[in-house]
Design a protein around this ligand. Sequence first.
Ligand SMILES: NC(=O)c1ccc[n+]([C@@H]2O[C@H](COP(=O)([O-])OP(=O)(O)OC[C@H]3O[C@@H](n4cnc5c(N)ncnc54)[C@H](O)[C@@H]3O)[C@@H](O)[C@H]2O)c1
Ligand SMILES: [Zn+2]
Ligand SMILES: [Zn+2]
Length: 363
Amino acid sequence: MRAAVLHEAPGDLVVEDLAIAQPIGREVLIRTKASGLCHSDLHVIEGLLPLPALPAALGHEASGIVEAVGPEVTSVAPGDHVITCLTQFCGTCGECQAGRVYVCRNRHGLGRGPDREPTLSLDGTPVLAMAGLGAFAEQMLVHENGVVGVEPEVPFDVAALIGCAVLTGVGSAVNGARIRPGETVAVIGCGGIGLNIVQGCRLAGAGRIIAVDLNADKLEAARGFGATDVVDASQDDPVAAVQALTGGGVDAAFEAIGLTATAEQALAMVLPGRTAYLVGVPPVDSAMTISGAGVVLQAKGVRGLFMGNSHFKVDMPRLARHYLEGRLELDRLVSAHIALDEVNDGYAELKAGATLRSVIMFD
Ligand SMILES: NC(=O)c1ccc[n+]([C@@H]2O[C@H](COP(=O)([O-])OP(=O)(O)OC[C@H]3O[C@@H](n4cnc5c(N)ncnc54)[C@H](O)[C@@H]3O)[C@@H](O)[C@H]2O)c1
Ligand SMILES: [Zn+2]
Ligand SMILES: [Zn+2]
């Protein structure tokens, strides 16, 4: 089966013909139907976010149809439409039992051990499946706790985006920041993740949603997803602009780019007693500067959010219902359908700011 593989970072993806194992135990074999181009893979491609091993099949935002299941699988069956998720969980560790499945202690231990036939291989050499998924591929072999069923009425491209951008964005607003009706928020970075934070805040009833980006097209898109005000950071200082718009600052600010400078802006934008939420993933060796006295004397918080701090098996079906009942706008997030062979071009366009989300379609 064909998959886009990263052999070295930084480097380009190469479409290779990989062998994929048959499901054992709690594994699910999925025929991939759609796979979105999230910026996190671009961080990996650019060498800013290292994976545990290369070569690796990238991609982590996908939907498909179950083809076969291992003998211990109970939650899905062949023919089911499914969404995959990278926050796979064991269900038994302390974090899982406390409801924080997104930080499961055994997340990386659910795959096959070294004594088993590798999940993916290229001419006999094991290939890592990124995040236990490897979604830029015609097939995926995933632990059952990384898969959830979705109603067949949800189109595959939209279902794929629920797999990361929508879960992360809406979850950051609803589960992470717990935005309350009437609150004022700022969202810095209006790509696939930021636009979903915007509409998650709208869904939660935020009174004022200020979108910040350098790209005028993204700001225009943000208005369509619920932003009440926009700040063009290529023209204005975003902190001063947000303070001027709100008469002091916001109740919550979200960083959705992955830069320490904009993380510092998010902290500066929030009012005393409030929290800045970091959603973008900065380069692993970078560090943000925080005034210790500033956060203490103003009682401010800084909090990272991972995959919207979601329980994806509960939250993804709800997000699908919000979409089907018209409360979430997901069709307009898809700016292009592309083929697997076009994945490098798709990432070049994402980097240039030309797309919201490109989605690889496998038909
Ligand atoms: N925390 C999580 O669970 C999680 C999940 C998925 C993605 N992410 C991360 O979220 C980030 C965003 O991902 P995406 O797919 O939306 O990316 P994207 O490329 O679609 O969007 C980034 C946006 O930031 C804007 N931008 C860039 N520099 C800016 C600046 N200095 N000021 C204002 N705006 C600026 C760009 O114009 C673009 O609109 C990435 O770092 C990604 O790795 C985090
Ligand atoms: Zn992602
Ligand atoms: Zn666990």
